[in-house]
Design a protein around this ligand. Structure first.
Ligand code: PEP
Ligand code: MG
Length: 323
């Protein structure tokens, strides 16, 4: 299948209407890096840093992490890499971390909640990221932000580490861009100031969907029960796009759904201009985007909603079959 899309590698994901969608890849391990070149991804839209922590028997040291992040950035050859700070807890339990006995880990002490409560590890990770980015731009995003003050605090923590590195006489990144992952419905309704504070926003559709539909993404019995193309979820995505556009903050979608061609073209028709997905999905998604007129698809979506459809999958699939 990869062969089939190889010819598309260096072509843009430009739809027939002329709109171009940026396709980024998700990564987390060194083994993912060759895919950046092979897939034609424009960058890494989500680098899951916890995977490096999970693969060890003890907390990695700052020097080790800095060396690792340097390697990632060297491999990326100038393409942007958005590093997500540790998202542990929930389904990702570190072997050397005291297990928390929580009834609902996905809604428990995880991600930025751990980072802000136990700041040592987050500080160390941020220092490693800053050191790896000397002379280059640094993109950092914080996972599982639920309300504005968490982002403010995480942002402050990063700025403190930058000031510290400067005090110590270390080199600096050429630019620092700070983003938030929007993966809880509450953040879509945060104050305008939140959106204005972010340099970029990345929608974590996997978590966002599980909390929107109250359906555990790990639970086989319910995880596929609700469709991403359900019009209620689509309305939430539109709300997010609207708020990001009002604040002029770039927004991308980085959940697994971004790598499913039908979902991906629908997101593009709604207004997402950047999608981040597993590398193997870039070919199929690009192939479909290049075949469609997104403004026409937008009309199909609006018409379906006008007549009271509660799911866009049927109308979108029918329309695609006619292209
Ligand atoms: C998400 O929640 O959509 C996401 C990208 O993060 P993860 O899958 O690592 O939770
Ligand atoms: Mg998530």
């Amino acid at each position: 299948a990869q062969q089939r899309y190889a010819g598309l590698r260096d072509l843009p994901a430009s739809a027939k209407c002329g709109t171009t969608i940026q396709l980024y890849m998700n990564a987390g391990l060194m083994a993912d890096l060759p895919s950046l070149e092979n897939s034609g991804a424009e960058g890494v839209g989500l680098f899951r840093t916890e995977l490096q922590f999970l693969a060890r028997t003890r907390v990695p040291r700052r020097g080790e992490l800095a060396a690792l992040y340097t390697k990632v950035l060297e491999n990326a050859q100038g393409k942007p890499v958005m590093f997500r700070t540790l998202d542990i807890g929930s389904d990702k339990v570190l072997p050397y971390m005291k297990p928390q006995d929580e009834p609902n880990p996905a809604m428990g002490w995880r991600a930025i909640r751990v980072g802000l409560d136990k700041r040592g590890v987050l500080r160390m990770q941020l220092q490693a990221l800053i050191r790896a980015s000397v002379g280059r731009p640094l993109y950092v995003m914080f996972p599982f932000i639920t309300e504005m003050n968490e982002f403010e605090e995480a942002h402050r923590l990063l700025m403190e580490q930058i000031a510290r590195e400067q005090r110590l006489g270390h080199g600096m990144p050429t630019d620092v861009r700070v983003g938030a992952m929007l993966e809880t419905p509450s953040l879509a309704f945060a104050p305008k100031k939140f959106f204005e504070m972010c340099d970029f926003i990345s929608v974590g559709g996997n978590d966002l969907k599980q909390f929107f539909f109250a359906a555990d993404r790990e639970n086989e019995r319910v995880r596929r029960r609700y469709d991403t193309l359900n019009t209620s979820f689509i309305s939430l995505l539109e709300q997010i796009l609207q708020r990001c556009n009002d604040a002029r903050v770039p927004v991308s979608f980085c959940g697994e759904d971004a790598g499913r061609p039908i979902e991906a073209v629908t997101f593009a028709a709604l207004g997402f201009r950047r999608l981040s997905m597993r590398p193997a999905s870039i070919g199929p998604v690009k192939h479909l985007i290049r075949r469609v007129d997104l403004s026409e698809l937008r009309r199909v979506i609006d018409d379906a909603r006008d007549i009271g459809e509660t799911n866009l999958r049927g109308p979108v699939t029918d329309w695609l079959a006619r292209q």
